[in-house]
Ligand binder design. Sequence first.
Ligand code: ATP
Ligand code: MG
Length: 388
Amino acid sequence: MFKYAVGLSLGELVLKGKNRGSFIDALIKQVVRSLHDIEYKKIYQDIGKVYIECEKENMDRIIKRVSHVFGIVYLSPCIKVGKDEDEIREAIKEITRETLEKNDFKTFKGETKRADKKFPMTSMEFSRVIGETVLKNFDINVDVHNPDFYVYVDIRQDAYVYTEKFRGHGGLPLGTNGTGLLLLSGGIDSPVAGYMMAKRGVKVDALHFHSFPFTSKRAEEKVIKLGEIVSSYSGPMKIYSVNILPIQKEINKHCHESQMTVLSRRFMMRIAESISAKNGYKSIITGENLGQVASQTIEGLACTDAITDRLVFRPLIGMDKVDIIEISKRIGTYETSILPFEDCCTVFLPKHPLLKPTIEIMEKSEEGLDIDKLVEEAIENMTIINIE
Ligand code: ATP
Ligand code: MG
C-alpha cells in the first residue's frame, strides 16, 4: 500500500549555482546507466533531491549499485507518501516497526526537513508529531543527544519517511570535468589515482604497458580486472595496452643501467602524450607518490613531467601509503592489486637506480635512441580493450 523511493542527497552539487541543472542531469544520466538491468518506476527531482521510485524489494540492490555514482553524499530507502499528516503518521509507524524488527534499538529522535516552505507546520512542530507517533506505538524512548536511530521526515512536494542513511562516495558527476588518460599499472596506486580523478568528474580511460612475453597474459588480465573495478565508478572505459619491451630493450642496449626506470617512465609519458593528442584527452593521470620509490623523487618526477605540456594529475602525490591502501580497500581494488604478477617495470629493474636524474643527463642518454620511431611503433602495435 505504501510507495517506496530511494532518496539521493547531492551535497556539493548544491553549491554549483547556475550550473546546477546540468550537473544534476549528468548525475541522473549516470544513475540511469548504473541501473540498466534493475527495474524501477521513475527517476525524478523533488526540491533539491533526486528520487528513484521503485518496488520495495529492489531498494537494496538499487542502493548498492547507485552508491557508486559520484555526486551523491547519502542514499536513503524511503517510504513515499502525500503531505497529509495521517498518511505520514502511518509511514512513521511502518518504518519504525521495520527498523525495530531488524535492530535492538531502545532510543530514537525525530527529525524533520521542511523543504516545502508552504507546509503549514514548522520542522520543530512536525518533529513533535514524529516523537508522539513513535512513543504512542512502540516501547522505546526519545534521546535527543545520542539516539540509537533517527526517524526522518522530509517534506517536499511529497513526504519521505526513513530511518537509514548510507554514505555515497561524494564528488562530482562523471563527465562534468573533462577527460583524462590514466597510466594504469597492476599496482595499488594507479587504480586509486583513477578513482580519485573520476570522483572529481573526470571521464577516465586507461593506458597500460606490458612487456609480453616477459610479462604474462595473466598479468594483463589482472590489469583488465582493475580497469573493470575502476569503471564501476567511472563508467565505460577503454584500456590501451602497449608493449614497451622493444623500447626497454633499446634503452638497455644504449643507456646506463641505472637510468632504466626514469628513461622508461619518459617513454611511457611520450606514448601517453601522443595517445592523448590523437584522442583529445585533456589530462594525464598517474599514481605517482613523492619519495615512494627511486623514480618518484622530485628530480625523477621532473624528468617525466618535462615530456609533456599537458596537465598531469598525480592525485596521490602527498599521501601516505597506508591511506592509499585504505582507499583501495574501500573501492575494492586492493585484493586484485596485491595478486603477485610481474609488472613491466620489474623486467629490467636496475640494482642501483639513479636517485637524482637531471633532464640534461636524460636527454643526453636518449641521443642514441630513435625516439619518434620507437613511440610510433609502440602505438601502431597497441591493442584496445573496451570495458562496458
Ligand atoms: P602502482 O602501485 O600504481 O603500480 P607504484 O608505486 O608501483 O605504482 P611505480 O611503479 O613507480 O609506482 O609507477 C608510478 C606510476 O607510473 C604508476 O602509478 C602508474 O601511473 C605509472 N605506471 C607504472 N608502471 C606502469 C605500467 N606498467 N603501465 C602503465 N602505467 C604505469
Ligand atoms: Mg607499479
